[in-house]
Design a binder for this molecule. Structure first.
Ligand code: FE
Length: 235
């Protein structure tokens, strides 16, 4: 037996990992944060080499970890999880403080945070594994539950219907699909599906609103992408 689904049985939390160097701030949503020793207290994080925050961690030698609330706003995950610090200022409008190392520490939807000094880095190919000793920490919301990767996948992100039946009649191969007022549209950035039958309650869009009729300034409720980043859904 060799099933890729075996990986789905490994559990994770979800965190915002942040760093800064010479005035540039970055952060991303990650699930690979682990306490690896107690004395001294150390965390390990695995950071993709595609991630803009990687060079900030390498150059500064510090990173911070914010443990996310189970009820974290999807917009916060959209900003830190689906966009790049190369393109936007992720911290604009976000509640955060600066740690003693200069690391920005996200306080929004944060239950507890840790500021770490990098003690080791290991090249894993696609990722760098950083070991960091905890130099500062705080517990902000003792009674709240942390967000798990599984809960995010099944409940938060689950607002976007998966494998939704298509309302678009497929044309012959090579001919573009014609969307109708009932067509669902998929966000090319995060995969969120806009369903006209449901509308977008959080943005005041009533059920029955065709994608075409959404305001021009409407954005993806999951990641903040613009209307132009959506395309009609095919099955
Ligand atoms: Fe999106």
């Amino acid at each position: 037996m060799d099933s890729m689904e075996a990986f789905y049985k490994v559990t994770y939390g979800l965190y915002i990992i942040t760093a800064s160097h010479e005035g540039k701030q970055g952060g991303y949503v990650g699930n690979t944060v682990f306490q690896v020793t107690a004395d001294p207290p150390q965390f390990a994080i695995s950071c993709s080499k595609d991630n803009a925050s990687l060079s900030l961690i390498k150059k500064s030698g510090y990173f911070a970890v914010s443990v996310l609330d189970k009820q974290t706003k999807i917009d916060l995950i959209g900003t830190f999880g689906y966009k790049s610090s190369r393109d936007i200022e992720k911290f604009e409008g976000v509640d955060y403080i600066k740690g003693s190392s200069g690391c920005p520490i996200v306080l929004e939807d944060c239950l507890a945070w840790f500021e770490c000094k990098v003690t080791q880095a290991h090249d894993l190919g696609s990722h760098l594994l950083f070991i960091g000793e905890i130099i500062n920490k705080d517990l902000l919301k003792a009674s709240k539950s942390p967000l798990t990767y599984a809960y995010y996948q099944t409940e938060l992100k689950g607002r976007a219907p998966k494998n939704a039946p298509t309302y678009i009649e497929k044309k012959e191969s090579g001919i573009p699909v014609e969307a109708t007022a009932a067509s669902k549209y998929k966000c090319l950035v995060c995969g969120h599906v806009y369903d006209p039958a449901e509308g977008d309650e959080d943005s005041g869009i009533p059920p029955g609103t065709a994608f075409e009729d959404l305001p021009d300034d409407w954005v993806c409720p999951l990641c903040g992408a613009e209307k132009s980043d959506f395309e009609p859904l095919e099955d």
